[in-house]
Structure formats: structure tokens, C-alpha cells
Write a protein that binds this ligand. Structure first.
Ligand SMILES: Nc1ncnc2c1ncn2[C@@H]1O[C@H](COP(=O)(O)OP(=O)(O)OP(=O)(O)O)[C@@H](O)[C@H]1O
Ligand SMILES: [Mg+2]
Length: 252
């Protein structure tokens, strides 16, 4: 069983797109997958057609419902939806003892039921993201192959280190995903080369190419395999999921 947070405090880099489609691809490999939307923007919830769902992860975090009561089935995988209410959780949790461990406790009852739990984080290093990192065994960083992609990485890695030291010694960085990649753009190749050099071995071989179908799929409330199984986006996420699944052997 692997619990993986998709993080980057930079907005719009592809965290949600990666969470949905890696999850969908892993489910197609026969894995039992739970996707947790931990972002008050609720992009993943909306993208999977569950906007307005209730109860949500917020209720589960507050303990006002059991986690299992908030789960929704989408095709071959399960979604724990979010809502804008979750923005209140930051403040409500601030004064609580063990405030970074609330998500870990909330999901504890469900652990045996999944092979993969993927957590889509908000674009911040907030208390919600800390909760995700404490609940996780692994982190995946989504990185757009654009100018300034590396900006913010130092702060992100320092946060991961701090969580490892103080809250969750078993947290490891499982990889960096290059997203919205365009091989024809010199800049994208430069950025990929820079990342590969700065973080040896961390970058997945599969790069998620820029593909409009990935954006379109969300407006139909479909993952890429349901929407256009033959497009580049589907091929990239299938390959990426195979790379991620292959890490299982290394972890054992
Ligand atoms: N590989 C891609 N090709 C084309 N469009 C993409 C790709 N990946 C993501 N997008 C689009 O870019 C936008 C931002 O992606 P996404 O929502 O996944 O990023 P995010 O990091 O989760 O954003 P936020 O920080 O706001 O949560 C979305 O409109 C999405 O459809
Ligand atoms: Mg997002």
C-alpha cells in the first residue's frame, strides 16, 4: 500500500491533472486506487463531475462523518471529494494539538482497502499540505518545464525535509514529473536537463507532454482514458503509471 502526495506550491503546474490520470492509469493496471482531493479549490472533484458532493474530506477531517461516508466511486477508482468549506479547516485546525496529523488519523481506517492513495494538494505549503505529507509515505513533485520551474523547489524540499525530521521520518521523494512538456521547445529541453542535473535519478523518464485533450477531459468529467484513450496524454500517463508501479519492487 502506497500513500503518495502530489505537491508543488506553485499553481497550475499539473498536480490535479497528474493525480487524476496517474490514479486512472494505476486503476487500469488493476490497482485499487483512492484519490483524495485536499484542495479547497476542489479542481479534482469538479474535474471528476462531483462538484457539490456532500459530505466531503472536510467533514471527515472534522470527524463529523466517517471517511467511508464521503467516498464516491468514479469508474474503476474511488474519490474523496473536497469543497470550498475546506478553506475553513486551516483556521479551525490551527489551534488543535496534533493539527498536522488529522488526515493521517482520518484515513487510518481505510488503509487496507487500497493499493494506492493519491493526495492532490493545494498550491501552498499550508497546514493542509502538511497534513498530506504527514499522512503520506511518498511525495511526487509536478514540475512544469517552463521558465522559473525550479523557483520554489528549495522551499518545497526544505519543507519535505522538515516534515521528515519532525513529523514523518518515513517520507520519501519518489520522483519529479515533468509536465506540459513540448519537445520542440528548446526551453523545455533546457529545463528538463537542468532538473535532471540538479536532482539526479529523481526525474521520471516519462514526460507528460502538453496535450489539449487533458484539459478538455475535465470539462466532460472524464479522465483521459475515458475521454480519448489513444491521445498522447493517455499514452504518457499510462507510461508514467507503469514507472510508478515498477517502483513497488524497489520499495519492497
Ligand atoms: N499536460 C498538459 N497538457 C495540456 N494542459 C494541461 C496539462 N496538464 C495540465 N494542463 C492544464 O493546465 C491547467 C492547470 O493544471 P492543473 O489544474 O492540473 O494544475 P495544478 O497544479 O493542480 O493547479 P493548482 O495549483 O491550481 O491546483 C489546467 O487547465 C489543466 O487542464
Ligand atoms: Mg490542482
Amino acid at each position: 500500500m502506497r500513500i503518495i502526495s502530489l505537491v508543488n506550491q506553485k499553481g497550475g503546474v499539473g498536480k490535479t491533472t497528474c493525480t487524476i490520470n496517474i490514479g486512472a492509469a494505476l486503476a487500469r493496471l488493476g490497482k485499487r486506487v483512492l484519490l483524495i482531493d485536499l484542495d479547497p479549490q476542489s479542481s479534482m472533484t469538479t474535474a471528476l463531475g462531483a462538484k457539490g458532493a456532500s459530505p466531503t474530506v472536510y467533514d471527515a477531517l472534522r470527524g463529523s462523518c466517517a471517511l467511508s461516508d464521503a467516498l464516491l466511486v468514479h469508474g474503476r477508482y474511488v474519490l474523496l471529494p473536497s469543497s470550498i468549506d475546506l478553506s475553513a479547516a486551516e483556521q479551525e485546525l490551527a489551534g488543535v494539538a496534533g493539527r498536522e496529523c488529522v488526515l493521517r488519523e482520518a484515513i487510518a481506517e481505510s488503509l487496507g482497502q487500497y493499493d494506492y492513495i493519491l493526495i492532490d494538494c493545494p498550491p501552498s505549503l499550508s497546514l493542509l499540505t502538511l497534513n498530506a505529507l504527514v499522512a503520506s509515505g511518498e511525495v511526487l513533485i509536478a514540475l512544469q518545464t517552463e521558465y522559473l520551474a525550479l523557483e520554489g523547489m528549495t522551499q518545497l524540499l526544505a519543507t519535505i525535509d522538515l516534515v521528515r525530521k519532525r513529523l514523518n521520518a518515513s517520507l520519501s521523494l519518489s520522483g519529479i514529473i515533468a509536465t506540459q512538456y513540448d519537445a520542440r521547445k528548446g526551453l523545455h529541453n533546457e529545463v528538463v536537463a537542468t532538473i535532471a542535473e540538479a536532482f539526479p535519478g529523481a526525474l521520471f523518464k516519462t514526460r507528460v507532454r502538453s496535450n489539449i485533450a487533458l484539459a478538455e477531459a475535465t470539462s466532460y468529467a472524464l479522465d483521459i482514458f475515458e475521454y480519448k484513450p489513444k491521445c498522447n496524454g493517455a499514452a504518457d500517463f499510462a507510461a508514467l503509471a507503469r514507472e510508478i508501479a515498477a517502483q513497488e519492487e524497489r520499495l519492497e
